[in-house]
Design a binder for this molecule. Structure first.
Ligand SMILES: Nc1ncnc2c1ncn2[C@@H]1O[C@H](COP(=O)(O)OP(=O)(O)OP(=O)(O)O)[C@@H](O)[C@H]1O
Length: 565
């Protein structure tokens, strides 16, 4: 995204609609002027010249059409602006979506609510700021020109009072910008803290620290309320000041016209016409206060979006909001699992790759010691390798790195001769299936959870369920349409684990990474899963992190790791 306001970049790309908007506003301005002229003329004819109602009927009819044209133009403008707003916000949402699915964006899911809020704030450009800009471009100069043609003195007064409002706005803007920035900053802090609290709640409960976190969220919430209140106060004061200034300006013009009318220096028809168009001239200036605050909010929201869309690892533009791209937590894995759904299963028939891992080193952010320190190993094509070792030696980290969820790392990983980091996200998801220790379960049906919301294939689904011991024979009598709760509510640990495996069987990819696939399973289910792994993953390159002796015995290769030095 370039750093010009969203509104202008949208208008630049949608030239046709922009020209249409200008034309409609010019039509509306002309209709307003014509309406004022006809009204003044009609009043003059009826009250001063004593015309019969029948004589003035044509004027009234034209007036009716002219006012209809003005209203129609306004309605069409609103419709066009709403369409432009929707299209541009859709584009931002698509960009955000792509950003959240990017390989280094795994930890950004918690800022999603903020992103949604910020995207909606962009609508202010179109609903508040743009109508004002259009009026400033068309209504103000045309009204001024009409006033100049009728009465140069009134035009002079209008011109004289015109700069007061922008000057006032400039003064207000200096204070408001900071307040608006503060409001968004506090909202970001609150959203992040709230997300963090939700993720950490089980741990906090276990350690009796939930109350302390609640106090912190309350503090942040209060800070946000105060910042929001400050912005509202400023908006109120500036709107009041602008109302006052414009009302005084209208009064000055009206008094000058009234006095001259009294002394017969101006015709009634002209005087009334000028009185009708003067409020139209000042209307955009009166609305400028609200529009100005909307522009500030939209601009600050834009800054937040720019930061969200900036590459996380560069830390560019406030990388503090985007947490380390390498941190892993369930949201990261669920994003990765969703990504896997994008690739068609037919890709699974691709040749199993050889994987070469050389001097792989990875350190978690804010962690003093590397989780992987110079590890090297080979996964020969089409074979099953099982890796074991004491807890904390880095097995899960190795799988996460291979799945592309831990980056950047030192050393190299090549899959079928290509460096992992050079593989585009889409190519990776065609090749790799990854089942974490705790697969993320989405709120949806069993079929949706296995096929990860891709259109499910009934045969493959039945095979995957059977292989993962998720069928009636294994005591799971559910239909594919069985509804599952978010996070796996209502499922046992073993069932969640088997659902994760069913995904890998369903995906049928050539490189399969499994983290403790038989842990938490009872003996019978573990035996079924072991047999299925041999049967369904035959010919694929498989890496399994496990402590299960029977599974280790089943593998073609076994690697024993010690804790990283
Ligand atoms: N998200 C994380 N943030 C910081 N450090 C982490 C994180 N995950 C793991 N670690 C650290 O990295 C090291 C390796 O952890 P890892 O989970 O890879 O070990 P493991 O061999 O899979 O253990 P287990 O057998 O218990 O699953 C450990 O010292 C652990 O404390």
């Amino acid at each position: 995204m370039k750093k010009i306001p969203w509104l202008f970049s949208t208008l630049r790309t949608a030239r046709q609609q922009s020209s249409m908007l200008l034309a409609l506003e010019a039509l509306r301005a002309l209709a307003l002027l014509a309406g004022a002229y006809l009204t003044a003329r009609w009043l003059d004819a009826v009250f001063l010249r004593g015309a019969q109602p029948g004589d003035t009927a044509p004027v009234l009819l034209v007036l009716f059409f002219v006012m209809g044209a003005a209203a129609g133009a306004r309605r069409e403008e609103t419709r066009l602006l709403a369409r432009l707003s929707a299209t541009s916000r859709l584009r931002v949402r698509a960009a955000l979506h792509a950003r959240l699915l990017a390989p280094d964006a795994a930890a950004e899911a918690p800022v999603l609510p903020l992103a949604l809020e910020a995207v909606d704030a962009l609508d202010l450009w179109f609903s508040r700021v743009m109508p004002l800009l259009l009026s400033l471009i068309c209504v103000v100069p045309l009204t001024l020109a009409a006033a100049c043609a009728c009465d140069p003195l009134t035009a002079g007064l209008l011109l004289l009072t015109l700069p007061i409002a922008p000057f006032l706005l400039y003064l207000i803007g200096r204070v408001t910008r900071e307040a608006s920035r503060m409001q968004w900053q506090r909202m970001e802090a609150l959203t992040e803290a709230f997300g963090e609290l939700l993720r950490a709640l089980p741990t906090l409960k276990l350690f009796g620290r939930a109350a302390a976190q609640r106090a912190e969220v309350t503090r942040l919430s209060d800070a946000f309320s105060q910042a929001a209140l400050r912005v509202l106060q400023l908006a109120f004061v500036s709107a009041f000041a602008l109302e006052l200034i414009t009302t005084l300006s209208i009064a000055i013009v009206a008094v000058s016209i009234g006095l001259r009318l009294l002394y017969g220096q101006i015709a009634f028809e002209t005087a009334f016409f000028l009185l009708l168009i003067t409020p139209e001239f000042f209307l955009p200036l009166r609305q400028a206060g609200t529009a100005f605050h909307s522009a500030m909010t939209a601009q600050t929201a834009e800054a937040s979006l720019r930061r969200l869309l900036a590459p996380a690892r560069t830390g560019e533009d406030g990388g503090d909001i985007l947490r380390g791209a390498c941190e892993t937590h369930p949201a990261a894995e669920s994003t990765a699992e969703m990504r896997q759904a994008d690739a068609p299963a037919s890709q699974g028939t691709a040749a199993a790759p050889t994987v070469l891992i050389r001097t792989l080193t990875y350190t978690y952010p804010h962690h003093p010691l590397p989780a992987l320190a110079g590890r090297s190993l080979v996964l020969p094509a089409g074979t099953m390798t099982a890796i074991t070792g004491p807890s904390g030696c880095g097995k899960s980290t190795l799988l996460l790195t291979l799945a592309g969820l831990c980056a950047p790392y030192e050393g190299s990983i090549t899959i079928a001769g290509r460096e992992l980091s050079s593989l585009p996200c889409a190519a990776r998801t065609h090749v790799i299936s990854y089942v974490p220790q705790e697969p993320h379960i989405f709120s949806g049906t069993l079929a949706e959870n296995i096929a990860l919301f891709a259109a499910p294939d009934a045969h493959r689904l039945a095979d995957a369920r059977r292989a993962a011991a998720l069928d009636a024979a294994a005591g799971v009598p559910w239909e594919d349409s069985q509804q599952l709760g978010a996070g796996g509510a209502g499922l046992s640990e073993g069932q969640k684990k088997r659902l994760g495996l069913a995904r890998a069987f369903y995906q049928n990819r050539p490189l399969v990474l499994l983290d403790e696939p038989t842990a938490t399973l009872d003996r019978a289910a573990a035996a079924r899963v072991r047999a299925a792994l041999r049967q369904y993953l035959a010919g694929k390159t498989v890496l399994i992190a496990t402590h299960d002796a029977a599974l280790l015995a089943l593998a073609d290769h076994r690697i024993d790791w010690e804790v990283s030095p």
